[in-house]
Design a protein around this ligand. Structure first.
Ligand code: AMP
Ligand code: MG
Length: 321
């Protein structure tokens, strides 16, 4: 079976095509800004302008005709309403035009399932670290569950906000990573693990105040930020692994491109004889291939949707799938 998947939860409009277990196309275009964050209406406008070309581009990449497609999948949530709506409309239009079934999928679960498919991990705990989302997810006891999550902002937004504060542009994560490599001294920062959840808002205020005081080198602050928040995330992930008696850690989301996070993940796994899995960065960031793959999986499991059941779900939680 061939499935075309559309991703549009936030900044990226992606169109991926999978044939069985093979990704045969993964086209995308991302909205970016000179300064500041995502303006929902502008991101949606980007998606409107990009959608038709990307669908054609994906079909060309895959070397197929649109009529060869058996199934249309799309990100139904969670995400920014303005953006989700464009992906959902494109998917509905394709489904009606091609007279093929449509399946809406959960974006966070898609990160987990594409990771399993690409790496061969069987039953991992996913540390999902993206701009807006920060969750420790696993399929356990019959459903997807969240074992820990941020209580306030996502880790990517946290890094981007700090980067913006010290004069670096968007996306800030890679810039903080580069700066952190030059840091030498660990500066004490609040360490905020609350039960199985993490809180990042207070650390952001604290590190901004430290920067404003002029007493700290920004390289040392970047280094200390990474060491602190990545440790918090791995502490929660490690506990989730023991709690679920699982042996595999998988990383996903844009922040999973960070080499220090990967290194710390491998160290934690080595210490516990867990296996550690990463995907190529193309699949860490938002992409249509993961939506196509999860759509196909859900369809084969029997999920059927009518067009009138395809309303977007901006607040769809992973544990409601
Ligand atoms: P996503 O929402 O999954 O597309 O991820 C976007 C987020 O990933 C942004 O907040 C980026 O700053 C962050 N990001 C991308 N590359 C890196 C990196 N190398 N280190 C840390 N964060 C990163
Ligand atoms: Mg994502």
């Amino acid at each position: 079976m061939i499935c075309l998947g559309i991703e549009s939860t936030a900044h990226t409009f992606g169109v991926g095509i999978v044939k069985g277990k093979k990704v045969i196309a993964n086209a995308k275009s991302s909205y970016s800004t000179e300064s500041g964050g995502i303006i929902p209406a502008n991101a949606a406008e980007h998606h409107v302008n990009a959608c038709a070309d990307l669908i054609t581009k994906a079909a060309d990449q895959a070397g197929i005709n649109l009529k060869d497609i058996d199934l249309i999948a799309f990100s139904q949530g969670p995400g920014i309403g303005h953006c989700l709506r464009i992906g959902a409309m494109s998917a509905r239009a394709l489904s009606c035009f091609l007279e093929k079934p449509i399946v809406g999928v959960n974006h966070c679960v898609a990160h987990l399932e594409i990771g399993k498919m690409l790496t061969g991990a069987k039953d991992p705990v996913l540390l999902y670290v993206s701009g807006a989302n920060t969750q420790v997810i696993a399929f356990d006891n019959g459903k997807y569950r969240i074992f820990g999550e941020t209580l306030d902002i996502g880790i990517g937004n946290f890094l981007d906000s700090f980067a913006r504060h010290i004069g670096l542009g968007f996306p800030g994560g890679p810039k903080i990573e580069a700066l952190a490599k030059k840091g030498k001294k660990y500066i004490d920062l609040p360490y905020c693990v609350k039960g199985m959840d993490v809180s990042l808002g207070g650390i952001l205020t604290n590190v901004k105040q430290k920067h404003n005081s002029g007493n700290y080198a920004k390289e040392d602050l970047a280094y200390s930020v990474q060491e602190t928040v990545f440790s918090m995330l791995l502490e929660v992930s490690e506990r989730a692994l023991f709690h679920c008696s699982k042996k595999e850690l998988l990383l996903g989301g844009g922040v999973a491109c960070n080499t220090r996070l990967k290194q710390m993940s491998m160290e934690m796994c080595r210490a516990n004889t867990f296996k550690c899995f990463f995907v190529d960065n193309e699949y860490n960031v938002d992409n249509g291939a993961m939506i196509a793959w999860l759509g196909l999986k859900k369809f084969k499991e029997g999920k059927k949707q009518k067009i009138e059941d395809t309303s977007i779900r901006p607040y769809w939680r992973t544990d409601e799938d």
